[in-house]
Ligand binder design. Structure first.
Ligand code: CTP
Length: 424
């Protein structure tokens, strides 16, 4: 079993100065059409000073204020403005542009860009990239105070926050339009601080405008499959990818919870700002969970193998000459049930029920059998296991709520908000 606190320790050198370990990070910077665009050139310099490289998408509006030549010279990389010109560059596409980035930064984020991003309108390279990305997006809004305060803009900002976006600024002050108020883009140093914090998984900086309803609460999440070895080369396991559990751990951390993720073997990187404990077997998973208590909430997402081989040999088991396969199984501990009966039982315990038929009926029975508070039921007869989407049914004591099929990360954020409401 190995514990890896993610990310590795870093050193704050004071406001506006560099944290360590940024050398390999890369940001895709979308420069929108606002007078603050000139500050984004300073942002490129500031990021590069901190060891963070960037590549620029310049919107049509942005190119009215700064040139592709200056952005390209500062980043040392081609600048893209048009959705269609990418095809000519071979591999490079809007998907590829965001795939190679650790974070997307939109600065200045105009009211128009925010509106299109919130609505999922893909009308140019910038908005298409924002719709197509699975990376975190940090917006640095810049606009006239009345536009910023407009109900529509505030609605869009809230939608983007609900979708997992981060915000830095805007600041209050004198504006280029001659008015005074909130709407001025955050200074490059402050944006760079927020970029570093987001890259390190710290979304709790005051600069990042995201509600933290789970601040001060702790969460324990299990994810992935368990692997039950027979001998040094064989094991019993299942198809769980860990995606849903990892997304829930990330969503809870994003809402301010201190999260321990006990994970079976997966191919996934540790979620940002989450302490991950990697285990292999169900017994190790139970021990790691008990070690992580107390916690305010336990979300049991792992697809724990119900059985393990009765014996585990140090040498590879040889095929018997005749007779049946030598595979005797014993039952694994039920982690969810054990934690429900634990003297340090978290105040909210949530199980998952992966079913292929009679989903709600079986989930209701499972909730009672395991004595957990909620069960999230999902129909795994399709492509849920290993896939990116999930249609969940939240089963509580007083009834069920069906959620539409959505991306696993969106489902995780919805569940995290439900948890935050329940723990309030
Ligand atoms: N679970 C657990 N430990 C186990 C088996 C399951 O903690 N040994 C948890 C899972 O993480 C999930 C819930 O129990 O939250 C239900 O898992 P599931 O596999 O659907 O249920 P089982 O108890 O294994 O029942 P069955 O396989 O008969 O449906």
């Amino acid at each position: 079993m190995s514990a890896s606190a993610q990310p590795s320790p870093w050193v704050a050198l004071g406001p506006g100065h560099s944290y360590k370990n940024m050398m390999t990070k890369h940001v895709l910077l979308i420069i929108g059409g606002g007078i603050a665009a000139y500050k984004s050139l300073f942002l490129i310099r500031e990021l590069s000073r901190r060891g963070i490289s960037s590549q620029v998408i310049l919107t049509k509006g942005g190119s009215q204020f700064v040139t592709a030549l200056s952005a390209g010279a500062l980043t040392n990389k081609p600048v893209f403005t048009d959705l269609w010109e990418l095809d000519e560059t071979g591999d490079m596409g809007h998907i590829e542009l965001s795939r190679s980035a650790d974070l997307i930064v939109v600065a200045p984020a105009t009211a128009n860009l925010l509106a299109r991003a919130a609505q999922g309108v893909a009308s140019d390279l910038a908005s298409t990239t924002l719709l197509a990305t699975d990376k975190r997006v940090l917006y640095a809004p810049a606009m006239n105070v009345r536009m910023w305060e407009a109900a529509a803009t505030q609605r869009n900002v809230q939608t983007l926050i609900d979708d997992g976006a981060l915000f830095v600024g805007p600041d209050a002050g004198d504006m280029a339009c001659g008015e005074f108020g909130e709407g001025r883009m955050a200074e490059p140093e402050a944006i760079a601080d927020a970029v570093e914090a987001a890259l390190m998984g710290d979304t709790s900086l005051d600069a990042l405008r995201e509600p933290k309803p789970l601040a001060g609460q702790s969460a324990l999440v299990t994810a992935g499959p368990t692997r039950e070895p027979l001998d040094p080369v064989r094991y019993l396991s299942n198809h769980s990818s860990g995606k849903q559990g990892y997304a829930i751990a990330q969503a809870l951390a994003d809402l301010g919870a201190e999260v321990t993720l006990v994970s079976g073997p997966t191919a996934l990187p540790a979620p940002l700002g989450v302490t991950r404990v990697v285990v292999e077997t169900a017994e190790e998973m139970l021990a790691a969970c008990e070690d992580a208590l107390p916690a305010n909430v336990f979300v049991s997402v792992a697809a724990v193998a119900d059985w393990r081989p009765a014996t585990r040999t140090d040498k590879k088991t040889k095929k018997p000459k005749d007779g049946p396969a030598p595979l005797e199984l014993v039952e694994n501990p039920d982690i969810l049930k054990t934690i429900c009966a634990h003297k340090k039982r978290p105040e909210l315990v949530i199980g998952f029920a992966a079913e292929t038929h009679d989903v709600v009926k079986l989930a209701r029975a499972k909730r009672l059998r395991k004595t957990c508070d909620w069960i999230v039921a999902n129909d795994v007869s399709g492509d849920v296991m290993g896939g990116d989407a999930n249609a969940m049914i939240l089963v509580k004591e007083d009834g069920e709520e069906s959620w539409p099929r959505m991306d696993k990360r969106a489902a995780a954020r919805k569940l995290a908000r439900e948890i935050a409401k329940a723990l309030k």
